[in-house]
Design a protein around this ligand. Structure first.
Ligand SMILES: [Mg+2]
Length: 378
């Protein structure tokens, strides 16, 4: 079997036609760090990190000497080698995103070398399609936000989505009005989730919960600071709205802290940041032991989305019943040429779900010409 011959990073970036914002930040471009791991027989795998692209690139370069010349099929051992190398400096945070990117590329490469889709390597698919929900409904600078949110949400329903997630975090009063408008626009049969991106103190999150409870909220995501485990637990005790979080959490030990605090009903690891598919499987096992649902955070290119599809295709529904509620994958619908143009195939939902790729590896590839164009300095 071949050995790892080359590890290349690509920081790709594209300016957006229209900036958008959430409670913490405004985006006017989308930028991501991809990695390609190539074996000496020419077979390659793609990976992606979630977080600051230039820092992730530096992290990948830090780990590269550990990997060159090694057997890519021993990806678990390579994960451990990176973990041990980084432990003194980056138990949590962006160094885990670098490990994630490499780990994902190794799974893709392994699948291609063994002629098997990643879902098969992960234990075999429980489902051939994965339910998705539309993430959008961000803020912008223009007047008339509430009407625009209502129109945008209705548009997702018209496209076949059965669930949508909207941003909150503008203040309790404004949020409550926006949630009411979106609920009115989509009707009662569509699931509606809200996400504040840790905008609130417990007192504010509690007030918002009281104001929106009548709108049948599927979950309240990142209501308070990711460091406020006690706030999470307290809010969760006081509301029937399920509490979700974990996109800022890293590694199985980070999620252990979240679960030990009884902070969430739904865990949301980002597989391109939490430690990759290798650590994602451990987090899923830990979540299973705590009877916590896993619904990955996913906000990148088609590589990240394919990772989520393979991962969720192998997740069991707990506790198990004949008519079980299927797991959900986040499908970002905001403007992103890196997702829509750079990677193939282009995933589109049909009937609220997306087919899991069946080609060897992740089943995604990167357009070489656009990769060169999007990698130019900006
Ligand atoms: Mg979120």
């Amino acid at each position: 079997m071949p050995n790892i011959a080359r590890i290349e990073t690509f920081v790709v970036s594209q300016r957006l036609q229209k900036p958008f914002s959430y409670s913490q930040w405004e985006y006017d471009r989308r930028t991501v760090c991809l990695v390609r791991v190539t074996a000496d027989d020419g077979t390659y795998g793609w990976g992606e990190g979630y977080g600051p692209a230039g820092v992730i690139r530096a992290g990948i370069e830090f780990f590269t000497p550990l990997l060159l010349g090694r057997d890519p099929l021993a990806n678990g051992a390579l994960w451990q080698a990176m973990h041990v190398r980084g432990l003194d400096f980056g138990r949590r945070g962006v160094l885990l995103a670098a490990i994630s990117a490499i780990d994902i590329a190794l799974w893709d490469l392994k699948g291609k070398l063994l002629h098997a889709p990643v879902s098969v390597l992960l234990g075999g698919p429980r489902r051939s399609r994965v339910n998705v929900y539309a993430t959008g409904l961000y803020f912008d600078r223009e007047p008339g936000l509430r009407d625009r949110l209502a129109r945008e949400a209705a548009g997702y329903v018209a496209q076949g989505f059965r669930a949508v997630k909207m941003k909150v975090g503008l203040g309790v009063e404004e949020d409550a009005g926006n949630v009411a408008a979106v609920r009115a626009a989509i009707g009662q049969d569509i699931q509606l989730m809200i996400d504040s991106n840790h905008a609130y103190l417990l007192t504010e999150a509690r007030a918002l919960v009281d104001r929106v409870a009548e709108h049948d909220i599927g979950w309240f995501e990142e209501p308070v600071s990711p460091d406020d485990y006690a706030g999470y637990r307290e809010l969760r005790r006081q509301t029937r709205i399920p509490i979700a979080g974990g996109e800022c959490e890293y590694g199985v030990h980070g999620f252990q802290q979240l679960f030990a605090a009884e902070a969430v009903d739904i865990a949301q690891p980002d597989l391109c940041a939490c430690g990759g598919l290798t650590e994602g499987q451990r987090i899923a096992a830990l979540a299973r032991a705590h009877f916590v649902e896993v619904t990955p955070h996913c906000w990148g290119t088609g590589i990240a989305f394919a990772v989520g599809l393979h991962f969720l295709s192998t997740i069991d529904v707990l506790p198990g019943r004949r008519r079980a509620r299927e797991p959900f994958l986040e499908m970002d619908r905001t403007e992103n040429p890196l997702r829509d143009l750079l990677t193939t195939p282009r995933f589109s939902p049909e009937g609220g779900s997306v087919a899991v790729p069946t080609a060897p590896g992740l089943g995604v590839d990167v357009d070489a010409a656009l990769l060169a164009e999007y990698s130019k300095p900006f």
